[in-house]
Design a protein around this ligand. Structure first.
Ligand code: FES
Length: 141
């Protein structure tokens, strides 16, 4: 299966790329299968994700899924953002080749990791809300 036009478009023109200075939470996750890394920043106001950006050492599929995922959670309440699955992101991109499905997991986990960091900064234990997030395989944190 080749990449869909939407995947190619998000890969060529990724949305919300870059570092965020005044973030409310930041998360970093690694993909154990390829060693790629994803960092996600969120800005939160009144439990709503008002801004989001990402940076990655990742493949084209990781870039495209992160780009789409950030578009899907921007302006959404945290609760809704946490429900975003890699499957929903893949559907929004008209699918991914089977060998690239694991790449889309990176975006989903990075969002959860950023939300967990946001809660930790508020002095709230994120685990009951966000669930367990596998540690970053690349940096072992
Ligand atoms: Fe590493 Fe896609 S091959 S994220």
């Amino acid at each position: 299966m080749a990449y869909s036009a939407k995947v190619m478009e998000h890969f060529a023109n990724p949305r919300n790329v870059g570092e965020m200075k005044d973030f409310s939470g930041v998360g970093e996750v690694g993909n154990p299968q390829c060693g790629d890394i994803m960092r996600m920043y969120i800005k939160v106001e009144n439990d709503v994700i008002t801004d989001v950006s990402f940076m990655t050492f990742g493949c084209g599929a990781a870039i495209a899924t992160s780009s789409m995922a950030t578009e899907m959670i921007k302006g959404k309440p945290i609760e809704e953002a946490l429900k975003l699955t890699n499957k929903a992101v893949m559907e929004a991109l008209d699918g991914l080749p089977a060998v690239k499905i694991h790449c889309s997991v990176l975006a989903e986990q990075a969002i959860k990791s950023a939300v967990a960091d946001y809660y930790r900064r508020q002095g709230i234990d994120p685990t009951p809300i966000v669930g367990e997030i596998p540690p970053c395989e690349a940096c072992h944190t």
